[in-house]
Every structure is written in structure tokens, then in C-alpha cells.
Design a protein. Structure first.
Length: 653
């Protein structure tokens, strides 16, 4: 039975599989930290590295502060709890006004009393006035303490993360259930203890009699409870929520709760929550009914609702966003929603698994959360993911002493999104094929004399390609919602201009206007032959345009270099590596050089000669040339709002 987060056996196993060369995703900033547990930025770009034995050293400009003169040294107070203990100096949180009041908060464990192996202490300190690189240990103020249950087995599950809420500026801590295995005292469901709870306290408040160094926020869910429920409690039912964080943009709270024998889980509490959630432990382990495995709910309060199977009623409990089995990982390390410089990765939850040495992304482009592995075995003992003031993320390696920056600009997009983008592009490829086939078909029908090619196209609707593109865009909006700043994401967000820009670009790329212009009435056999040749050239031109479009979009999205329609247009350019020009330029491409001069003398085929100025940018000239070519029928079908329609007055009524 796995009881210890940092158990010795797990450590040895990790040492053997770790030490792989870092990928371009990971930039190792140091490997000199001593059992680092956490890293945090006070808001000025310095990284404060929390070391388990009780020191904090600053990592700045690539240099880790001298171990003999750390920022903070409380190692004389700290008791890690021995080989199977999960104590130590566990994390740091900076007061939102740290820049002016120099106050910060830490959590550590010290030796317990009365048979309790460890006591968890949350305390504040001040940095030295005039020396921002050193703290004054004499300024310690203990806010709150919590003893482990009595018994040597209760050395694990202390939680480990202090965070300030980004909106309420209140201090949060998440306690583990107290330890041992399967929460034998049912602490996580018992409102009279802080064990197995997330608490929310006001470090600027005070209750002189009960707790002089913190206050109870009036809107805490149990602030006025009269049944013995502790007023500090914000949420309950947690096993060992070792790491958690707030999304700096949305304020949502993301919790990684370490599981027992079956599941690891990630919980998400929306910013709109008023607290009071029950995350289920020990009744539920992730999405699995743990009470069934336990054969009951030993020592739980009578008010607790149990389960007998996974399909038992779930009322009153909040279930994880995702849970994963122990074939995937066995010690979840809650991370952060990424909000750094690489916009294409914004909004994705990045977290780790300590036991398996993995870094994950939780991706849900279609609303179905899905795990993908970003790094496997590159960090030995990933014990925390920290965030700097720019929203960039860092992984802490407990066993290899590393702090590494995560470089999302060097990653392709998650597979789920890439798949979605590829499908979208296939839709466009299909559209191009359809356009080519339609033109060839209309030309053939025109040659039989049963209809004119222009009437055929008009019947098919000359704007069909744009409409199809719009439909594809609408269909794709959902899956593209995860690609911020790009055309279809704009559509998903109701940005019609972004959608139109993307749709128009696609129409330009597939050459709809050119294709329409070359289709004219076949007046004789020679014209028909020429039209067939032209249609063939148009088809090959479209194939090149389609290929270039796909190349730019797929590789650009995958490498996160395409984040807007303009990026995509720039990638294509007027001459995508010369291929579009060679295939499609009516003056120099095959239309001009091979087909038109030699075989085709009829009007309407030699584009360059017959249709000077046939350009959408000059509607009058276009309409004139369309009229000349007998295209007034087509012209009228462009609606008046379209630039093409405004010049149709030159056509006979
Ligand atoms: Ca749970």
C-alpha cells in the first residue's frame, strides 16, 4: 500500500530512470539546489528556490545564491519526518504587497508533540529593510499550526502549498488528510479538523483570543458555522492536495490531489465559487467509489453519504476534471494554467507526476479533457511547477537539484488540436477539389451547347466557395477555440471580422475569382479545346495553392508561428517559394506560356490580353470586362453589397 509521497523506494526507482538529456522544451537554469521543493517569483523576476531542509536561495541572472548565505535559513526548526515523512520546508508565498511591506509566508513541518510525529506551521517573515536578498529570521510570526494525528504512521500527507488568491488577496493552504493510508480517522470529511481541507485566512486580520495573527474572512462558507466546523475551511474531501494554483487570468483554482491505490486527480474550482466544495475523499478516489474497496467508512461522521459502486449517487460531491490510473502516473503534482509569452499555449493546464517523472498538458479543445505527455523522464522527481511574474513556468526536480524553465515556443501544439487543424485544412482541400471539378464540368456542359459555362456556374452559385468556407469555419469554431488569436478562434469568440479575414484568404488562395473569369462561352471547337486546357491548368494551380496553404497552416500552427490570419497570409506571400507564381501567374505561368499563345486565339481565353484590369480591386473595370466577355449574367448574381456587384450597371438591363 502506497502511503508516502516521497518514499525511499520511489526515489531509488526514479534515480535510475532520470537523468535523460533535457529537451529543447526544458532549459535547465541550475542543478545545484539541495532537494529543491518549490520555486516562486515575488514579482520582480527573481526566483526563490525553497530547499526541503529549511533554506531558501535566490536564483537570479543564472546564479543560485551561495548556500552559506541564503535568503532564509530555518533549518534548525524543520523536521522532515524521516525517510517516509513528507515534511520539510515546503513552499513560499509572497504578500501581494511584498515590494513595499517585505512580508512573505512559508510552510514547514517541525517535530510534533504528545505522540504526533509532525506539526505543520504556517508563518510569516520579513525581508531585511535595505537588503532584499536576505530575510530577518527574528521576524517570524506563526499564523496557524496543525498537529498530525497521534501515531508514527502519520508522517505523510501534509499538503505543501501556500497561495494568495489573485482576486481576494487572501491566503490559502491545503492540508493533507494527516497521513497513513486510506484516511483511517476520516479526517477529510470531518469539519472539526483542518486535515484534508483547503483553508482560506486573512493574514491582515486578527482574533486576539483565538488566533492573533490571522482573521476569518466573513464570506468563508463556514464562517458562522455552529456545529463545530472550523471557520477557516474553504473546501473539504482532499487526500493530499500537495500542489495547487490559481489561474492568473480567470481566477479559477486548480488542485492536484494525490490518490491512494487507484487514481490521481485534478480538480478545478471556478472563480465564481463561494467555497464549500467536497472533493470526495475518502468516499471517492477520483471517479472511483473508494468506500466500496474499504468495505465502509470507518470513523466518518454520520452525516457523510457513502457509495457502494461507481454508479452510486454523487450528490454533494465535486468530481475531478480528470483522473488518471496508476499505469499513467502515481503522484500528481498540481501545476499552472499557462499564461506566458507563447499565446498559442494559453489556457492549458500544465502539471506533473512525481512518481513517473512526467510533465503533462491537460488539453480539452472539444470539452473532453485529455492528457498528453510533454516530458517523460527529463526531470528526476518533479515536485512542483512554479510561475514567474510573466506567466512563464518552471519545473523543480527534487532529486536532481534542478530548476528548469519550460519553453512552449519550442513545442508543437497538443496532438488533439493539431488533429483538429488538419481536419479543418482537409475540408479546405476538399473545397478546392470541388471547385476544380465544378469548373471542368461546366466547361464540358458549355461545349455541348446545352448551356453556357457561365450559366452553369451561375446556377451553381458563383459565391459557393466562400459560403462553403464559412460553413467550414463555423464547424471548426469549436475545435479551434483553443487557438487564440487565429481566425477561427476569433469566430468562436464572435469576432466576425476575424472569420471574414480567414474566409477571404482561403477564397483568394483557392483562386475562385480567377477560375470564374476563365470560364466563358465556348463558341467553337477551338475555344472548347482551349477551355479544357485552361481548366486543367487551373486545377494544377489550385493543387499548388492548396498545398502551400496547408503547409503554411499546419506547420505554422504546429510551431505556433501562425497566430493570426495576417501571419498565414505572410507565410503564403505573393509568391510562396515561387510555386504559386509558377503554377498560377496568368502572365508567366503555364496559362500564358504554354496554352494561350499557341492554341487559343478566341476571346475569353487569353486572360492577359482579353481582360486587362480584370481585378476585384477595380470593380468598374472588372464589370466592363465581364460584360465584354458575356458574363453579365454572372455579374448580376453578385449581390449589390459585394464589390463585384457595384460595377454591373455597365451591363445591359
Ligand atoms: Ca476527489
Amino acid at each position: 500500500m502506497r502511503q508516502a509521497l516521497l518514499c525511499l523506494a520511489l526515489c531509488l526507482g526514479l534515480a535510475a530512470r532520470g537523468a535523460r538529456a533535457a529537451s529543447s522544451f526544458l532549459e535547465q537554469l541550475t542543478n545545484q539546489a539541495n532537494n529543491p521543493m518549490y520555486v516562486a517569483d515575488p514579482g520582480d523576476g527573481r526566483l526563490f528556490v525553497v530547499e526541503r531542509a529549511g533554506t531558501i536561495r535566490i536564483l537570479s541572472g543564472g546564479m543560485l545564491q551561495d548556500a552559506n548565505s541564503p535568503f532564509l535559513d530555518v533549518s534548525s526548526k524543520v523536521d522532515e519526518g524521516g525517510g517516509s515523512g513528507e515534511g520539510g520546508l515546503l513552499s513560499i508565498a509572497f504578500d501581494p504587497s511584498f515590494g513595499t511591506n517585505r512580508r512573505f509566508f512559508v510552510v514547514y513541518t517541525r517535530t510534533g508533540t504528545g505522540g504526533s510525529p509532525l506539526e505543520t506551521v504556517i508563518a510569516s517573515y520579513l525581508a531585511l529593510d535595505g537588503d532584499p536578498n536576505h530575510a530577518d529570521t527574528s521576524t517570524e510570526k506563526i499564523l496557524i499550526t496543525q498537529l498530525s494525528p497521534v501515531g508514527a504512521e502519520f508522517v505523510n500527507h501534509k499538503g505543501g502549498n501556500l497561495q494568495f488568491g489573485p482576486n481576494d488577496h487572501l491566503l490559502y493552504y491545503a492540508y493533507g488528510d494527516g497521513g497513513s493510508g486510506n484516511d483511517p480517522l476520516c479526517n477529510a470529511q470531518d469539519g472539526t479538523t483542518l486535515l484534508g481541507k483547503m483553508i482560506r485566512i486573512d493574514p491582515n486580520g486578527s482574533d486576539p483570543n483565538a488566533h492573533p495573527n490571522y482573521g476569518i474572512p466573513a464570506d468563508n462558507p463556514f464562517a458562522s458555522a455552529t456545529d463545530g466546523t472550523r471557520p477557516e475551511i474553504w473546501a473539504r474531501g482532499l487526500r493530499n492536495p500537495f500542489r495547487y494554483s490559481f489561474d492568473r487570468t480567470t481566477g479559477d483554482l486548480w488542485i492536484g490531489d494525490v490518490g491512494q491505490n487507484t487514481k490521481e486527480e485534478v480538480d478545478r474550482q471556478p472563480a465564481s465559487s463561494h467555497g464549500g466544495e467536497n472533493y470526495g475523499w475518502k468516499i471517492w478516489e477520483g471517479d472511483t467509489c473508494n468506500a466500496a474497496a474499504l468495505g465502509g467508512m470507518t470513523n466518518c461522521p454520520v452525516s457523510v453519504t457513502s457509495c457502494t459502486s461507481d454508479s452510486s449517487p454523487r450528490d454533494g460531491y465535486t468530481f475531478p476534471v480528470i483522473d488518471y490510473p496508476h499505469s499513467v502516473g502515481n503522484v500528481v503534482i498540481g501545476g499552472h494554467v499557462y499564461r506566458g509569452a507563447t499565446a498559442a499555449w494559453h489556457g492549458r493546464y500544465i502539471f506533473a507526476d512525481f512518481g513517473f517523472g512526467k510533465i503533462f498538458v491537460l488539453d480539452d479543445p472539444n470539452g473532453t479533457p485529455k492528457l498528453e505527455v510533454l516530458s517523460d523522464g527529463d526531470v528526476s522527481g518533479p515536485v512542483a511547477i512554479g510561475e514567474d511574474h510573466d506567466g512563464e513556468l518552471y519545473v523543480v526536480g527534487l532529486y536532481d537539484g534542478t530548476i528548469s524553465k519550460l519553453h512552449f515556443e519550442n513545442l508543437s501544439l497538443p496532438k488533439a488540436q493539431t488533429k483538429c487543424v488538419v481536419k479543418l485544412n482537409q475540408d479546405f482541400a476538399g473545397l478546392a477539389d470541388f471547385e476544380s471539378a465544378r469548373i471542368r464540368s461546366c466547361l464540358a456542359k458549355g461545349a455541348t451547347g446545352k448551356t453556357t459555362p457561365s450559366a452553369c456556374l451561375a446556377q451553381a452559385n458563383p459565391k459557393l466557395s466562400k459560403l462553403q468556407a464559412k460553413h467550414a469555419a463555423d464547424d471548426a469554431a469549436l475545435c479551434m477555440a483553443a487557438a487564440p488569436g487565429f481566425g477561427y478562434a476569433g469566430a468562436a469568440a464572435g469576432d466576425q471580422a476575424a472569420l471574414d479575414a480567414e474566409t477571404n484568404l482561403a477564397a483568394d488562395v483557392f483562386g475562385g475569382d480567377l477560375d470564374t473569369a476563365v470560364v466563358t462561352k465556348a463558341t467553337d471547337r477551338n475555344t472548347f479545346v482551349c477551355q479544357q486546357s485552361v481548366a486543367k491548368s487551373v486545377a494544377s494551380c489550385q493543387a499548388v495553392r492548396r498545398a502551400e496553404f496547408l503547409r503554411c497552416k499546419v506547420t505554422g500552427l504546429a510551431k505556433a508561428t501562425i497566430t493570426s490570419v495576417q501571419d498565414l497570409a505572410d507565410c503564403l506571400g505573393p509568391d510562396a517559394k515561387g510555386r504559386i507564381a509558377r503554377a498560377c501567374d496568368p502572365a508567366t505561368g503555364p496559362l500564358a506560356a504554354k496554352v494561350i499563345p499557341k492554341a487559343c486565339t478566341s476571346r475569353g481565353v487569353d486572360l492577359a490580353a482579353a481582360f486587362p484590369g480584370c481585378d476585384e480591386s477595380d470593380p468598374g473595370a472588372l464589370a466592363q470586362c465581364l460584360a465584354t466577355a458575356g458574363e453579365c449574367e454572372t455579374c448580376r448574381l453578385f449581390d449589390a453589397a459585394d464589390a463585384l456587384g457595384t460595377g454591373c450597371s455597365v451591363c445591359p438591363p
